[in-house]
Design a protein around this ligand. Sequence first.
Ligand code: CA
Length: 339
Amino acid sequence: TAACKGVGTFISRPLPFLLLHFTLLKCDITDGNVEHLKREHSLMKPYQGVGSSPSSQWDFWGSTLVTSSYVRLTPDERSKQGSIWNTVPVHLKDWEMHVQYKIHGSGKKNLHGDGIAIWYTKERLHPGSVFGSNAKFHGLALFIDTYHNDEAADRSFPYISAMVNNGSLPYDHGNDGRTSELGGCSSEIRNKDHDTYLAIRYSKGRLTVMIDIDDKNEWKECIDIGGVRLPTGYYFGASAATGDLSDNHDIISMKMYQLMVEHAPDEDSLDWTKIEPSVSLLKSPKDNIDDPTGNFRSTPLTGWKVFLLLLCALLGIVVCGVVGAVVFQKRQERNRRFY
Ligand SMILES: [Ca+2]
């Protein structure tokens, strides 16, 4: 069916990818995507030419160290800041970014910090106070926050959260960005023996963040919100910072996939570079699915769905029939006894 046409294309993929994508590509998440790796927006081993040549597609800054097997944004040392940025603006309307990373260090529980931020922003290579980058950014940020700044808050760390900003809202480091976050989840991502993964999907106004921390090739949902508006023409990046407490903040890869999604002609003719980053929080993501103006189109009833509905209805009728018959029989028996 049209709603599930992406699935077939993954069969030919290597197994880890097949499994990763399979769980993400449930037909109810988006209405049919074929993914393509976009090399110009991807950062992969052995990171050839990163930062050193004029034709390089990634720049780095600060404490960032590029080796042949990882990009270390900060070492496990105090007061470091580093970032890495794609030099090519993204002109895709629907995309999925997979980040493979590792946060590790000698600090024991609650004695490590501060974390990594993944960015899709107008600004690039703009150092600042938010995980090494600009606080009043334009666009999307995803924070992998390993240190509990606001101890009064009732949540466990590390905590992953998302924020959309039009440049007007500063991220508040003191309360771990709680006042500006759109959603998030706690996740034990530190000091794992294996790499950890994060997938950020943006399609038709819906932002979905999935995590894979157990090395089992299974995505777990962390964030799913609708009504998110992001322009094209922004840049992907990653940054990290340490303070009094520290960690190694390593990016292993950032892989960007184009999602093949159809848009209405009037939507397509808009100048997507002019969109101002925003979120309409008036509706829940679930409401978005049937919203004709919204950014997420409802999936038509496909063959197997109709079949399931009919099956349920049929089962219902059979169950009612059986129960009815049993009740009727019991009554008859009772009546007979009294006669
Ligand atoms: Ca924090």
